[in-house]
Design a protein around this ligand. Sequence first.
Ligand code: ACO
Ligand code: ZN
Length: 226
Amino acid sequence: KQTDNQLIIDAGQKQFGATTCGSCGMLYSTDSPEDNFQHTQFHQRFLDTIKFVGWKKERVVAEFWDGKIILVLPDDPKYATKKAEDVRRIADSELGFQQITLSSPSSAKTYLFINSDRMVVGCLVAENIRQAFRVLEQQEKPKDMNKEDFMEHHRAWCCSTMPEKAICGVSRIWVFSLMRRKGIATRLLDTVRTTFMYGSHLTKEEIAFSDPTPEGKLFATKYCET
Ligand code: ACO
Ligand code: ZN
């Protein structure tokens, strides 16, 4: 038994079998049957979810050499809102959120970055922030949310210079792990600023992040500075 344990520890140190799937991005150990099983379970479901077949009507709000951004609104056809929701679920589970409802579903705008391989590789959910949400230092919460939920999920963090005038709240931003550091999150946010409010270009100061992750903080800090 001693030797078995020792073997496992050594294997861990040498990272035997640890691999990142080049398609779905999952990190798992090829030596572990359980890991293999979990990967198989995850792999196809994930790829199906981010697959984008194209829609009859797409609200394309930005185009790039390596992809495009489409906007999905709450009243769009079911196939569009369903895709937005499925991708949001993936983001949520990666962010460790429970399946929480949006603070104002009727105003939530979902921006999806579609790459040239027809995959949804980025997702950003932007919502109108109400007064209560705006001044985060005062610990106010939206009326329709109970205190526990608010404290648990919205320990919100804003770009340090200015939560005061924020009118757009980014409640989620997620980029597919294998596609990070290519400016996808940056382009999603730039697009939100020009399209969130009709006829007006939002400043970086008018956008607030509700941010639970260190990665999100690094990104937001960089974005708000530049
Ligand atoms: N570490 C350090 N700096 C970073 C990181 C990081 N992990 N990610 C972004 N940055 C900074 C860099 O300065 C980067 O510029 P550079 O690549 O030229 O150095 C700059 O931000 C712009 O980065 P993008 O390429 O535009 O960001 P990306 O497309 O990689 O997406 C994101 C960033 C969304 C945070 C991604 O890493 C992700 O999905 N992470 C997991 C989910 C998550 O944590 N989301 C944020 C939660 S907060 C919220 O939802 C409100
Ligand atoms: Zn995989």
